[in-house]
Write a protein that binds this ligand. Structure first.
Ligand SMILES: *[C@@H]1O[C@H](CO)[C@@H](O)[C@H](O)[C@H]1NC(C)=O
Ligand SMILES: *[C@@H]1O[C@H](CO)[C@@H](O)[C@H](O)[C@H]1NC(C)=O
Ligand SMILES: *[C@@H]1O[C@H](CO)[C@@H](O)[C@H](O)[C@H]1NC(C)=O
Ligand SMILES: *[C@@H]1O[C@H](CO)[C@@H](O)[C@H](O)[C@H]1NC(C)=O
Ligand SMILES: *[C@@H]1O[C@H](CO)[C@@H](O)[C@H](O)[C@H]1NC(C)=O
Ligand SMILES: *[C@@H]1O[C@H](CO)[C@@H](O)[C@H](O)[C@H]1NC(C)=O
Ligand SMILES: *[C@@H]1O[C@H](CO)[C@@H](O)[C@H](O)[C@H]1NC(C)=O
Length: 429
């Protein structure tokens, strides 16, 4: 865990003093946020996946003074038919879109938003705000997790466990390998995505200011994990803000065995840095789109926050079957998880918007590698077999004309033509 740099603490403290001083003066109606071409330039873009995650923002945001997301409804080709509008506050400082659930919907919707060219998104902060299954080793019902890594855990071969070899501990094993718990040797590119850890630390600081919702019914289910002792101690606590990573899978898996298998996948694919605590169905897809769009300079990938709140445990407590846990018993985490998307999310939004001029407009410089397993945005990934472009990143407009593939020994075949322009993609690496 990295602490906020003293310089940043000082910077934010200065901003807070400035905004407190400003509060004595009646606030002017904020000017419409737009760029020099007259395109709206949202400062904070919320990505929701289905209606309950979105409705909480429509209902509650007006009371925060940050605006009403139903003030502007914008349609553009490629959005989900169930969620056919992008919603923005009157001044466009905050926008929100609902992708529809699972990876295909998420990728299609975020692509449609960016390629609509209805917005200037180069300074926009993105926040995935959704509910998720929570790993009882790291969190509980209502926990708010801020992730550094997103892992597409089901991007693997799978045998039904009844047909797997005796030496397998799970039916899942990485592409190109012969046994579970190996690093994949065939790589599709979306296995792991890493976001700006310095921004995550700031978002964490903001989110911890929030009062999180909790309920007695959830506490009753949490208590069922007590007999397991230390490994599940986190499950038995009240919800809090935590820092751990998010798995993506279209398959809504549940149970101890798959939970443990994907803990291993996360640890191995992030070369030991990632810790799996939330499971959902979209994040890698949304982030893959933002990586591709960052190559073109349309978004800034150093401005991405992944926040998931625990609505249900990914595996049963002792003495409860996987089936009962998933389909019969009510864990009562859903409502507090939805509430906490807003509670923590609005604290993050407020922190970013009220410190815009002094801190966030110019961006938070990442201190870790950011991007995908290919090294698409430049720099050397701290996971996986290394950059496909020798650290330079891919050029926009299809100008990277080499064929980038690894041979059987894992060496990159193909070479980079031309060099990266001085365009600032992601703060710096
Ligand atoms: C935007 O759509 C919502 C329903 O989704 C509606 O309640 C609201 O009035 C619309 N806003 C405008 C400005 O038309
Ligand atoms: C999915 O997201 C995780 C966590 O952000 C990331 O580690 C992983 O690389 C992503 N995978 C893909 C395929 O985008
Ligand atoms: C695992 O079992 C398979 C099938 O029996 C066998 O072919 C393979 O060599 C075994 N792998 C190891 C590492 O023992
Ligand atoms: C959290 O709750 C406390 C006690 O009720 C209250 O004083 C504080 O203002 C609340 N904070 C927020 C951010 O709502
Ligand atoms: C996960 O990794 C641990 C430690 O390497 C190993 O003991 C365990 O069998 C693995 N679990 C699965 C499901 O592969
Ligand atoms: C990650 O682990 C794999 C498998 O052990 C290894 O080949 C690769 O070089 C490691 N990558 C980094 C960045 O440490
Ligand atoms: C990769 O980059 C290093 C230093 O950045 C350079 O020395 C080396 O020649 C480059 N390799 C290739 C194949 O371009």
């Amino acid at each position: 865990m990295r602490l906020l740099s003293p310089a940043l603490v000082a910077l934010l403290a200065f901003c807070q003093i400035a905004s407190v001083a400003g509060a004595a003066v009646p606030r002017r109606v904020q000017a419409r946020k737009e760029n020099s071409n007259g395109l709206p330039s949202p400062r904070f873009f919320i990505i929701s996946m289905f209606a309950p995650e979105a409705d909480i923002w429509y209902t509650k945001l007006p009371s925060s003074g940050l605006g009403d997301l139903l003030a502007r409804n914008i349609s553009t080709p490629g959005l989900s038919m169930l969620y056919p509008h992008i919603h923005c506050t009157e001044d466009y400082s905050i926008c929100q879109v609902t992708t529809g659930e699972a990876e295909i919907n998420a990728a299609a919707t975020i692509t449609a938003v960016v390629l609509s060219h209805r917005f200037d998104l180069t300074q926009t902060y993105w926040m995935v705000g959704g509910i998720a299954g929570v790993n009882p080793k790291l969190g509980t019902l209502g926990s708010v997790a801020l992730s550094r890594y997103v892992i597409q855990v089901a991007l693997q071969y799978e045998f039904d466990a009844r047909e797997m070899p005796d030496n397998f501990t799970t039916g899942y094993f990485s592409y190109g390998t012969y046994l579970p718990n190996q690093y994949p040797t065939t790589i599709y590119g979306t296995e792991v995505i890493e976001v700006n850890d310095a921004l995550r630390e700031i978002a964490y600081t903001f989110a911890t200011q929030a009062n999180l919702s909790d309920n007695e019914e959830g506490a009753i289910y949490r208590a069922k994990y007590v007999p397991e002792g230390m490994p599940y101690a986190a499950a038995t606590q009240k919800p809090s803000v935590i820092k751990c990573d998010s798995a993506t899978s279209d398959v809504y898996y549940s149970g101890t065995m798959l939970g443990e298998a994907f803990e291993n996948t996360t640890r191995i694919w992030t070369n030991g840095t990632g810790a799996y605590c939330m499971t959902a169905q979209e994040d890698n897809a949304s982030l893959e789109v933002l990586v591709r769009m960052a190559i073109e300079g349309l978004v800034d990938f150093s401005r991405v926050i992944v926040m998931r709140t625990g609505s249900d445990f990914d595996r049963p407590p002792p003495g409860v079957s996987a089936f009962e846990h998933l389909r019969v018993l009510d864990q009562n985490g859903f409502l507090i998880a939805i509430d906490n998307i807003y509670n923590a999310g609005v604290a993050i939004a407020t922190g970013i918007l009220s410190n815009w001029e002094c801190t966030f407009q110019t961006g938070i410089k990442p201190t870790n590698y950011i991007g995908d397993i290919f090294g698409s945005l430049g720099g050397q990934p701290d996971f996986g077999p290394g950059s496909l472009t020798n650290g330079t990143g891919f050029l926009p407009g299809g100008q990277s004309t080499g064929v980038f593939r690894r041979d059987a020994e894992g060496n990159v075949r193909g070479k980079m033509m031309g060099s990266k322009t001085s365009r600032s993609i992601a703060g710096a690496h």
